[in-house]
Design a protein around this ligand. Structure first.
Ligand code: ADP
Length: 611
């Protein structure tokens, strides 16, 4: 039903209908004019053909005045017979008394009275009668002329001539022609309708195709193409639609690639980004923002930025819109430290209309930590230096005040001052080493070293120290060292400094002596080195801080033993710079084990063979 209705409303149907109606109207008008003209022509030809000619009228009038009636009647008859121009025409002639004097039809007998009263009135009045009649008996149309016959123009008629022609053949002819015309018209209309359908199809087919193509474009499918059938307006339109489709596809593609680029920029940003509508509800958030907020899309998109950032109590949306701020927010929880610097800016249209806010979340946890560490470091350094300086200063003051004369105390005071000064020198040296490492000005003197040999050599030095009893307590160094040569690329001096520090610590923090076990072995492309003592160990809570600068489990003990609290920090930096790792395992009162792993590539035998 719907389809049917659509068909009747279609241009296709309308063009065909208009075309057919126009053709019908044209044929109708042409037909009417033509048939009418034909009728007029035929009738006027017929009428003029049966009109009595002047010469006939004259000669009939003359015959009627002849004395010899018989002869006159014969001559009249012969004139009428000659004159008869067709079977359908009936002629008779009467004299002034309406007596028939001659005829071409048996219907009108000579010397009988004429049957028509009009003839009498013509004879009386001398006027003409011309009329069309329909005979009720045979339903034929007739045209009748009654003409007076006069000798002279203005004289009384001497008789009359009655002519009646049958019009039926003429009308039959016209009807025949009309029928032929109608048949031709019907054929013409049918052909016309077929042509109209073909033409309207030719017009509407490209329109249909273009309609389909535009619907396809609206659905976002640009693959179609309208065929161009001709060089006319429809061809131009089809061409324009093809160009339009191509242009839309192009701009769609560029918008899409722009969107993808923006997406990938947002996705790969190290900062979090939130964008809101003008009501402050979040409409865009990148992965980093979800990560920072520790929320999923569902809990962020469509929610207020104020509550999402947890600042709804401090700020209103109006405040942020009127004066976009930079706020530092603490998102730290038990599982992570996170401090975010949030910067708000407005999204403005060209017209100045504000359509929302953009908030960039920048992770400043590390920066804050570095700042705090730096402050802590400066305070540590000042503190570390102040203690020995104060002590040196007070000893020197006491000496100045006369104690230098005291032979018993003076050497002790001077000794303490010297120790403190040495400690400060060591500390400053360590600080300088760290500072060089930090600023990357520390040049590493890398060389291929057989670490097995080097470790043995260092441990031998400690054996000597222990033997010379330079240390308190009784120590024993136990070596569990592989027999293999392990060639590693490292800076010998720096590495020796690290082992020295760990060995010294092992002895320093094992006041009762004990066995120091030193191991060296190869493990999974790494050289593993460990030094275990049986000393006081490190409390669990101190383990994560042991490699921090100035960190000491027991400050007083460390200081007393001349430690700067920088040894392990330097060791860690050195091992890191050699591409290795250092860590500790320890249990309080049960000793500690320091591990060092260094990258190691076993030498290939054939390399030596080649040499
Ligand atoms: P220090 O100069 O104080 O020895 P280090 O950086 O070498 O500084 O060591 C830092 C701290 O680690 C020490 O103060 C000590 O508390 C702890 N420590 C280091 N080695 C050991 C060990 N073998 N046993 C117990 N504690 C240790």
């Amino acid at each position: 039903m719907n389809n049917k209705l659509r068909f009747f409303r279609s241009i296709h149907f309308k063009i065909a209908l208009v075309f057919a109606l126009m053709l019908l109207m044209t044929l109708e008008i042409v037909g009417a004019v033509f048939v009418n003209q034909l009728e007029q022509n035929n009738l006027s030809n017929f009428k003029s053909s049966i009109q009595p000619k002047q010469y006939l009228s004259n000669s009939l009038a003359q015959k009627l005045t002849m004395k010899n009636t018989k002869k006159a009647n014969d001559e009249i008859n012969s004139l009428l017979t000659d004159y008869n121009n067709g079977n359908s025409t009936v002629i008779y002639v009467t004299d002034a008394n309406n007596t028939i004097r001659g005829s071409n039809s048996d219907q009108f007998k000579i010397n009988q009275k004429g049957p028509y009263s009009e003839v009498k009135s013509v004879l009386a009045g001398g006027h003409f009668v011309k009329k069309s009649t329909i005979d009720g008996s045979d339903n034929n149309r007739y045209y009748t002329i009654i003409s007076p016959l006069t000798r002279n123009q203005n004289n009384q008629p001497v008789g009359a001539i009655f002519i009646r022609g049958n019009l039926t053949p003429i009308y039959n002819d016209i009807t025949g022609v009309t029928k032929i015309y109608l048949a031709a018209a019907v054929i013409a209309i049918m052909l016309g309708i077929i042509i109209a359908i073909v033409i309207s199809r030719a017009i509407t087919r490209p329109i249909d195709e273009m309609k389909k193509q535009t619907q396809q474009i609206a659905r976002g499918d640009y693959s179609g193409h309208v065929d161009i059938y001709g060089d006319d307006e429809l061809g131009d339109l089809a061409d324009s639609i093809n160009t339009l489709s191509y242009k839309i596809e192009e701009s769609q593609e560029s918008t899409e690639s722009e969107r993808r680029r923006l997406d990938s920029v947002l996705t790969n940003m190290t900062d979090g980004v939130l964008a809101t509508d003008r009501r402050g509800n979040i409409i865009i958030a990148n992965d980093k923002a979800y990560d920072f907020l520790n929320q999923n899309e569902e809990n962020v998109i469509g929610h207020s930025i104020l509550s999402t950032l947890g600042i709804q109590k401090k700020y209103t949306l109006r405040q942020l819109l009127e004066n976009p701020k930079e706020i530092t927010l603490n998102f730290s929880n038990s599982s992570r430290d996170l401090i975010l610097h949030t910067q708000f800016s407005l999204i403005r249209h060209e017209s100045g209309f504000i359509s929302g806010l953009v908030c960039v979340l920048h992770d400043i946890t590390e920066q804050q930590k570095i700042d705090a560490d730096r402050k802590q470091f400066v305070s540590n350094v000042s503190h570390e230096l102040r203690t020995p300086l104060t002590s040196v200063h007070s000893y020197l003051e006491t000496l100045m005040e006369g104690a230098w004369k005291d032979k018993e105390f003076a050497p002790h005071f001077i000794g303490v001052a010297q120790n403190e000064t040495n400690r400060m020198i060591r500390m400053v040296r360590d600080l300088l080493t760290l500072s060089r490492i930090d600023s990357n000005t520390q040049k590493l003197n890398m060389e291929m070293v057989n670490i097995n040999e080097l470790f043995n050599y260092i441990l031998k030095q400690f054996d000597m120290i222990i033997k010379n009893k330079k240390t308190k307590g009784s120590y024993k160094i136990k070596k569990e060292i592989t027999k293999d040569d392990l060639w590693v690329e490292l800076d010998t001096d720096r590495f020796t400094q690290v082992i020295d520090n760990i060995m010294n610590n092992a002895m320093k923090y094992s006041p009762d002596g004990g066995t120091i076990t030193c191991r060296l072995y190869e493990n999974n492309n790494h050289v593993m080195l460990s030094i275990s003592d049986q000393g006081m160990g490190i409390p669990k809570q101190a383990l994560p801080h042991i490699f921090e600068r100035f960190y000491r489990v027991d400050k007083a003990r460390s200081r007393k033993q001349g430690g700067s609290g920088l040894g392990l920090a330097i060791s860690k930096e050195v091992i890191n710079s050699l591409g290795g790792k250092i860590w500790v395992e320890s249990k309080e009162h049960h000793g500690s084990t320091f591990y060092i792993s260094l990258p190691y590539e076993p030498m290939k035998e054939d390399l030596w063979d080649e040499d």
